[in-house]
Write a protein that binds this ligand. Structure first.
Ligand SMILES: *Cc1c(COP(=O)(O)O)cnc(C)c1O
Length: 446
């Protein structure tokens, strides 16, 4: 078992000599299209710490982008993965099926919102699962159009690039994109406030604005599915105003449109609920999961009502690696860990600890325009002092200084001005407080 000491420690400059050597090798060997956030190379990770190849120990506020939610190299996962790998690593579920796949489907059907009869199908990546959710919705409705929202992120494959909103870096130069994809306005309370207090606080009103666009520019008769992140991830951790999601869902139900919740980033205890939809009390038709599902092993899923999930013809869904047995073993161990260790409640604790500090900072610093998010998915939106004008420069500088100080933080948002925190739920309160102290000092200096 990993024994990474749970303290921040800088043994060398960042990056140290071993990381610098790997950076040079990377630049010579890896396509430059594959960028990296951190200037250091990982050696080991556990709890709330990532240790690099030079012996620096960094506080992890990223979880590999919301993936190692239960903590890196989590003990039950390590055991389950090595046991499964010793038995068999692959047979292909479509050739010689195995129990792990079925058990993951049963768990997903049990854990996702809604008590109707459900089915699941497993894939490799979030993008692949979103694509399959669209295939299933088209098969079920016999319709073609798909609506996504402003600031949305659904992946980097061709169909999901079309669903994703932001051009640079995700889409620029990579078109043409899949047809029959349309975009509707989101509820973005911080920015909607510019257009009136009511729009910012009344989710139903914001939903009506979106529904009018959908109705007039697409038409329910052509629309197979609406795809939405219940809390947007890459788009800026945007929590829609209360009532937005239920109003949208009700319209979908009334119009034979499949409501697909993309919970790739928000799922598996991340937001202080097993799934973020639970905060709004909604039961989506289909729910897409990935990232936190298997503690870093590549796995994704689509889960939903049996009548929709069973619409595609036999052998219409699948893929060589989908629901790989080692990834399934990791998923079962991940779910067991969330339930046995009370990690949903831990995410809620992390929210209150982080928000206490961040709201205090906001009160003292008018460059912090907004503090938002749920559970261990918290963000601050940085603006030019006292305005709502995005400050991407400050965000970049803050991230770079944090990395130098041994704290892994990520930015996001359409305007590149959102600092996002995705700590693993295995992080200690002490490390979390220390990371926030570091950020506070940096912000004061900048
Ligand atoms: C990361 C992400 C995806 C894409 O997942 P990949 O595994 O990178 O293909 C899709 N939707 C959301 C909300 C995501 O955060």
């Amino acid at each position: 078992m990993s024994t990474v000491e749970q303290s921040r420690h800088l043994a060398t400059a960042i990056p140290g000599p071993r990381s610098s050597e790997l950076i040079a090798r990377k630049n010579a060997a890896v396509s430059r299209g594959v960028g990296t956030t951190m200037p250091v190379y990982a050696a080991r990770a556990f709890g709330g710490i990532v240790e690099d190849v030079d012996g620096n120990r960094l506080i992890d506020l990223g979880s590999g982008i919301a993936v190692t939610t239960i903590g890196n190299a989590s003990p039950r996962v390590v055991a389950a993965v090595s046991d499964q790998a010793a038995n068999f690593t692959h047979t292909c579920f479509m050739v010689t099926p195995y129990a792990g796949y079925v058990a993951v489907a049963e768990s997903l059907n049990r854990l996702t919102p809604g008590s109707e009869e459900k089915r699941s199908a497993l894939f490799n990546s979030g993008s692949e699962a979103v694509e399959n959710a669209v295939k299933i919705a088209r098969s079920y409705t016999g319709k073609q159009a798909v609506v996504a929202f402003d600031h949305a992120y659904h992946g980097r494959t061709n169909l999901t690039m079309a669903l994703t909103a932001k051009s640079m870096p995700y889409k620029h130069g990579f078109g043409p994109f899949a047809p029959e994809v349309y975009r509707a306005p989101l509820s973005y309370p911080f920015r909607d406030a510019e257009f009136g207090k009511e729009l910012a606080t009344d989710g139903e009103l914001a939903a009506r604005r979106a529904i009018t666009v959908i109705d007039k520019q697409v038409g329910a008769a052509n629309l197979a599915a609406v795809v939405i992140e219940p809390i947007q991830g890459e788009g800026g951790f945007i929590v829609p105003a209360e009532g937005f999601l239920p109003t949208l869902l009700a319209w979908c139900r009334a119009n034979d449109v499949v409501f697909i919740a993309d919970e790739v980033q928000t799922g598996f205890a991340r937001t202080g609920a097993m799934f973020a939809c639970e905060h709004e009390g909604i039961v989506p038709d289909l729910i897409v999961t990935a990232k936190g599902i298997a503690d870093g092993m590549p796995l994704s899923a689509v889960t939903g009502r049996a009548e929709i999930m069973d619409a595609p013809h036999v052998s219409g869904l699948g893929g060589t690696y989908g629901g790989n047995p080692v990834a399934c073993a990791a998923a079962l161990a991940t779910i067991e860990t969330i339930e046995a260790d009370g990690l949903v409640a831990r995410a809620a604790q992390i929210e209150s600890l982080m928000k206490d500090t961040l709201f205090r900072l906001q009160a003292e610093d008018d460059r912090i325009g907004d503090v938002r998010g749920r559970g261990a998915m918290i963000a601050v939106e940085l603006v030019k002092a006292g305005t709502t004008e995005p400050d991407a420069e400050l965000t970049r500088a803050l991230c770079a200084a944090a990395h130098q100080a041994g704290v892994i933080v990520l930015s996001c948002g359409t305007f590149g001005n959102v600092l996002r925190f995705l700590p693993p739920l295995s992080i200690s309160d002490e490390l979390l407080r220390e990371a926030l102290d570091v950020l506070e000092l940096i912000l004061r200096d900048l």
